[in-house]
Design a binder for this molecule. Sequence first.
Ligand code: ADP
Ligand code: MG
Length: 792
Amino acid sequence: MTNKKVKAYVKKKRTPEKKIIEELCSKYNTINVTKTTKFSDLPLSRMTLKGLTENNYVDLTDIQKQSIGLALQGNDILGAAKTGSGKTLAFLIPVLEILYCKQWSRLDGLGALIITPTRELAYQIYETLRKVGQYHEISAGLIIGGKDLKFEKKRMDQCNIVICTPGRLLQHMDENPLFNCLNMQILVLDEADRCLDMGFERTMNSIIENLPPKRQTLLFSATQTKSVKDLARLSLKDPLYVSVHEHSMHTTPESLQQNYIVCSLEDKMAMLWSFIRNHLKQKIIVFFSSCKQVKYIYEAFCRLRPGVSLLALYGTLHQLKRMSIYESFCKKQHAVLFATDIASRGLDFPTVNWVLQMDCPEDVNAYIHRAGRTARFKSGGESLLVLLPSEEIMIEKLKQRKIPINMIKINPSKLQSPHRKLEALLARDVALKETAQRAFIAYVKSVFLMKDKEIFNVHTLDTDAYATSLGLAIPPRIRFLQRIQKKMSADNSIKNEHEETNQISTNSPDNSEQEDSGDSSDTSCIPNTTNRNGGKERIKKKDLASLQFDDSDDDDVLTIKRKNIDIVDIPIIEKDDKIVNKKKRVTKVALAKKILRKNIIPNKKTTFDDEGQELIDSTKTKMSALARQYENEVDSGINIEIAKQILREEDQFDKKRFREKIREKHREEKRKLKAKKMEANDEEEEDASLPDKINDVDNDDVSEDESSEGPDISWLPDPDKIYGKQRNTDEEASSANEFEENESEAESVVHRPSKRKLVTQEEYKRIRKKQKISNVTYLQADEELALQLLQN
Ligand code: ADP
Ligand code: MG
């Protein structure tokens, strides 16, 4: 450091914080956007600058250049810039600086609220804030669903910056007495258009209601909302629209090479498999429209072993798993991530080479965000959109929005179809087959529920061929479609009857004009759909509502696009509330969930004895203390090591029960045998001329003897099979078999057919005579005798 620099540094050190802040704030109004190229050109605190330089953030990106200054001046901002252009820092830096300038402390509570649509994105922003803001004395908290709510609740009042998802935030607002946002200064919505769209509408409205009206609001997205309604909801004050790429040639990054192919539904699997096999040394994200598809393709492809790591990220996964998958994909050099749209917004996975959209995105915005997971911040990348012939119109829509996309053709000879292998897999594995069936239905439903009926037409899908391509030999029944069709045909016939009566009464010669007239007053129709025969159908919104909520065979249809939000316990239903509530059927899944939530153990029956003591059925309950403790503790997942130990312990109880059962059986047999014997003796005495049946039996034919006279032990498992073959009885004592070693007692009672030296009836008689057993005590003696014999 030169002398001059040291002096400046010392001077700065000595200057009171307040003065530094005043100096910084005075420069805000003189920021010249054209002259600022580096972060150091901006009047930023030394802590922020240090955090930035240490993380190699030196030059400003366009959106940062345009918006940071305006935000520092206290404006409400609508920031729009392409994917991967650095919007995160464009709002994080003002947040840090504004709170710093207000000398925000722990006691001031919540100063800034950053809301994002997905948990992973919230986590990513939190990590960036931790890096850039590490030298500030401002605390930050990540408040997302799937994490420990109690822990969050306790810490909430200590957070100055909260990064959250809408559902979890509302939960804190409703339930947490420590949550207080009265002092809040800045509200940021990242991926603002998504936060404000239908999926979060109710949650966001409730959140906004709770926020102080006097605040600064920053909205950022690559597809920024310009909807007056949205802006009115947020009560923005003269917001400045900062759109840095508004006049650029393309809406998507220049370094993004975009392609599409037209592919029949049944070839999609082969296409994907071949693509992965041909790009083993790449990092790829593959988007599907539903969780169930992702789950199936992931599980099936894992079994087929393509030669590259596969990962899957979707909303129904456990949060910890989601996080570990997210982090693992970030770190991997070559991998394929199958994902739903939860991964489509904001996530900044490093060095992704390819983005594949296996199912057509719901609209152009969804396309832009999915494709934007590659070619981020100066790096290159490619994207491939897979369209059905019926969806080709999507290309026109993309081109209208200045998205350059080129058609490429598949070489059919290069396609490797995995469907034979999949078929074999599914034949062996019922669970996988069910996953495939669910994936199939989920896809059809997703197409059915897409809003843009110009692109999506469920009736053009060759569902049978699609099922085959998934490895399903028999296409699953698409019950929801059948139900809808039935309903529509019923409606049509009523309408026709009505029209006929009308026709008769009005005596009209021609009714062809009246095809749609009955519906014209009901404006709540989704656009026309064309059926396979070219006929037009109109599906009423009411039908759609009932479909969305009462279909038990596939419960997440509506949520296909919305599953990735944290509003599990907040009903999303809006205007049609009444209709939906009336029609809502209680599904088994819902019941099960309810029971789980209440911690009730289903089908549990407790029996008590006369004294009121609980009788424990050892066949149904875990006996070992360890198992009971484990059952009480673990709420999800399996700890393999503990499970093994529990199995071992439970095994001891099982063996004991098994031995007791056998002992009882033997006693019973002995009793029967004895009774028979006594009868035979009586008869012998009475009629000495009758041949002795027992004496007729050949001594060698022990097994036959056993089968005819001995106890029926066919129901017992072969102990040799279970415990390993015994060499001979002498060796048995020293056998390493765990069962024998642990339970020497078992030796004497476990019946082993045909291997043992058995006693014939003759011998039995002899011994009985020798022992001169009295008739009164014969039962006891018999038992002892049997045990002795078996020990021999
Ligand atoms: P967006 O939100 O616009 O999609 P991000 O904020 O996620 O983009 O930034 C994309 C990538 O660019 C991130 O990896 C981020 O670290 C990097 N980045 C952002 N701003 C800068 C900068 N000024 N200098 C260098 N890298 C930057
Ligand atoms: Mg972003």
